[in-house]
Design a protein around this ligand. Structure first.
Ligand code: C2E
Ligand code: MG
Ligand code: MG
Length: 710
């Protein structure tokens, strides 16, 4: 690039301002052109027109940096001339040539938007400068305008509310969001004290919150506002807000006002309240959950400690809930839980906490008791209220509960221990017949621990094949012949040795494992009976014990059928022993299940007869073959005839129902003789044989009942 090109390039970059001169008088025009040309060789590029119309045409083509305008033109006169030019090009600076019009008119044009007016006679000196100034001022004005416009658009499009004040605390500005949130329009609010427009209080105390602007000005820095701040709109509507305030400075750095930025956090705050609630409450019943309960107990303990008062924790477990939930469905189960929670709330004071621990367990904190006995009163009340039937979706549901109670400070000094001990006591209540309550006692703990560890290993016992069966013969008391055999389950536990059924069957019933264990027992007993038959031993009926939980299991009858099929044992060789409790529970469905079994050819026996409460009429409706008189009655047979009358009464009762009567637990000859004379022809007991392992029993069967003394 040579020098010339370089100069051209430079020239193009800084092209001289284009001036449109609208002036009819050629002399005046020339004078002006001369003045501009004289100023500096290339500083202005002047285009001259003589009429307004020509000027407007030129302006419409754009590219003009400033206009020099004479107001008196052939096609337009006076202020109108200015107005037309200004309308056509509002963003181009206009200077009025004041030569042939009154000064007042020129001034009026300035008021209407002209940059300046020029008096004749001073043109040489002032014109170039006036033009430069006008153009520059316009540029600055434009930039300012853009900046301001940008600020306004920004302020009105952000989601935050913005409010400004001057140093005296008077409102000077609100953006649209601030208008909506305060309920004040900018024009009305401007000049009003901040406190009037921006009314804020502290949510919880409802006291006026500190003036944010004052703080910002005082500390001369941006400050966050009080937490829990609530803004009261002009019409009284309240919204939770979060905000900050910052001071505004002038060029010298002095504070001249403040800007407050705030936004609505009602939704966020409501959400956080909701989340806190969900984290602390049970979904089904809306009662406090474990987390909140622990908190409440901890609080109650610290208060009770200072006031030397007791508090009590009640652990309630619903009996039979699982059964209802499984048979009628979860929706019904949930409704039942809701109805229980309503009853519980009705049975305690407002200051007490009723919580749901999950499943069918509820824990109630009694925080205002005077004596531990008060807890017993509450427990009684709860059991009573629970015992009324709940009518849910057409079902009349009867539900009971077992309750355990622990008391601070005796039974624990923290929430966890108190709940754990109340839970332990609840287990004891369950064991002692359900629908009652028990206070925690120190020695319960060991048993609970033991029970838990048993339950743990019980879960693995089936797959590890730790169960086995022992067999006890049933004997004809007159002839000593073996007439049958009862299969009795044993648990060969690696650490504990042989565990008797009384120690694990109830646990297996509670946790539902009994169904699988029972199925194993039945299969093993049938398999064994068939194996003995196949080995050529006298075919004997084999009795298997069935617990209530197994019997109620939907697949029970089918299970029996399948096992008989699989093992090939004829149904007439199987006898199922049920306790009275099983029969009494739900007469209708019991009868139909028994009927099905009966149709299959299976024999049915009532075990432990006499210990339940079954009435004769009750028993009469069931297709029962055998009554097994409980050991406790046989035990009472002594030399004293008075002690024994109850046994003969029971034998007669059985006979009247035309059932076979079998006596259990015969240990002495005296007992055997008594039973014989009272026409009880069959029995079981240590007198004849203890329960034996399969191989030993086979030997006994082969050799005959040698222990029998005639
Ligand atoms: P149960 O069906 O009444 O069985 C009789 C229990 O009395 C057996 O106890 C037996 O060993 C014991 N016994 C027999 N003769 C005498 C005697 O002369 N004197 C004394 N003191 N006891 C005698 P075991 O085997 O400990 O079983 C206890 C209970 O456990 C059984 O009572 C039965 O209700 C239950 N059970 C046993 N096996 C099973 C089973 O496979 N499934 C279920 N669900 N329960 C079972
Ligand atoms: Mg039995
Ligand atoms: Mg029995």
């Amino acid at each position: 690039m040579d020098d010339e090109e370089l100069a051209e390039e430079k020239g193009a970059m800084t092209a001289p301002p284009k001036i449109l001169l609208i002036e009819n008088d050629p002399d005046a025009a020339n004078e002006i052109r001369a003045a501009l040309a004289g100023a500096s060789s290339s500083s202005f590029d002047v285009e001259w027109v003589r009429q307004l119309s020509d000027g407007l045409v030129r302006l419409s083509k754009r590219g003009i940096d400033a206009v020099l305008l004479a107001l008196s033109l052939p096609d337009s006169q006076g202020i109108e001339t200015f107005d037309k030019v200004f309308t056509a090009a509002p963003d181009v600076p206009i200077l009025i040539l004041g030569g042939n019009v009154p000064e007042a008119l020129a001034k009026e044009a300035v008021q209407r938007g002209a940059q300046d007016y020029l008096l004749p006679g001073h043109l040489d000196y002032s014109l170039p400068r006036a033009l430069h100034n006008a153009i520059e001022r316009k540029v600055v004005e434009d930039a300012l305008y853009v900046e301001k416009e940008r600020a306004v658009v920004t302020l009105n499009s952000i989601g935050d509310a913005v409010l400004c004040t001057d140093i005296s605390g008077k409102v000077t500005y609100l953006n649209l969001v601030a208008e909506a949130m305060t309920g004040w329009h900018r024009e009305e609010a401007t000049g009003k004290p901040l406190a009037e427009v921006f009314r804020i209080i502290d949510g919880p105390t409802r006291k006026t919150a500190r003036d944010p602007m004052e703080m910002a000005v005082e500390q001369n820095k941006t400050v966050g506002l009080t937490v829990n701040c609530v803004l009261i709109r002009r019409d009284g509507f309240e919204s939770a807000i979060e905000d900050s305030a910052a001071p505004i400075h002038d060029r010298a750095g002095h504070v001249i006002g403040a800007v407050i930025v705030f936004h609505d956090v009602s939704a966020a705050r409501a959400m956080s309240v909701q989340m806190t609630h969900s984290a602390q409450h049970d979904v089904v019943t809306n009662l406090p959950n474990r987390v909140l309960l622990n908190d409440r107990i901890t609080q109650a303990i610290s208060l009770a400690r200072r006031q030397h008062r007791p508090i009590a924790v009640i652990f309630l477990d619903l009996d039979r809930f699982k059964y209802i939930n499984d048979s009628l469905g979860h929706a019904t189960g949930d409704k039942l839980l809701q109805s229980v929670s309503t009853r519980l709330l009705a049975s305690v004071r407002a200051s007490d906490t009723v919580s749901r621990q999950g499943g069918d367990e509820f824990v109630i904190l009694l925080s205002e008791i005077t004596h531990p006995e008060d807890a017993a009163t509450s427990a009684r009340k709860i059991l009573l209220l629970l015992s009324a039937p709940c009518c849910i979706e057409g079902h009349d549901l009867h539900i009971n509960g077992s309750i355990g109670i622990s008391v601070y400070p005796e039974d624990g000094a923290d929430a966890e221990t108190l709940i754990k001990n109340a839970d332990t006591a609840m287990y004891h209540a369950k064991e002692s017949g359900r629908n009652n309550f028990q206070f925690f006692k120190a020695d319960m703990n060991r048993k609970a621990v033991e029970r838990q560890s048993l339950e743990g290993s019980l879960h693995r016992a089936l797959e590890r094949e730790e169960f086995l069966l022992h067999y006890q013969p049933k004997v004809n008391l007159n002839t000593g012949e073996i007439t049958g055999v009862e299969a009795l389950v044993r648990w060969q536990q690696p650490e504990r040795g042989l565990v008797p059924p009384a120690q694990f069957v109830p646990i297996a019933e509670d946790c539902g494992l009994i169904v699988q264990i029972g199925r194993w027992v039945l299969r093993e007993a049938c398999r064994q009976a068939r194996a003995w038959q196949d080995a050529g031993l006298t075919p004997l009926p084999i009795a298997v014990n069935v617990s209530a939980v197994e019997f109620r299991d939907k697949g029970f009858v089918e299970g029996v059928r399948t096992i008989l099929d699989e093992t090939g044992l004829e149904a007439r060789f199987l006898e199922l022993e049920l306790t009275e409790g099983v029969l009494m529970d739900d007469a209708e469905s019991t009868a139909s299940v028994l009927q099905e079994l009966k149709m299959m050819g299976v024999h049915l026996a009532v075990d432990d007869f006499g210990t339940g409460y079954s009435s004769l009429s009750y028993l009469r409706q069931f297709p029962i073959d055998v009554l097994k008189i409980d050991r406790s009655f046989v035990n009472q047979i002594t030399a004293d005839p008075d002690d024994s009358t109850i046994v003969s009464a029971i034998i007669n009762m059985g006979k009247s129902l035309k059932h076979h009567v079998v006596a259990e637990g015969i240990e002495t000859q005296l007992q055997r003789a008594y039973l014989q004379t009272h026409r009880c022809a069959e029995g079981q007991g240590y007198l004849f044989s203890r329960p034996l392992a399969a191989a030993q029993f086979a030997q006994l069967l082969q050799s005959g009942m040698t222990t029998v003394v005639h």
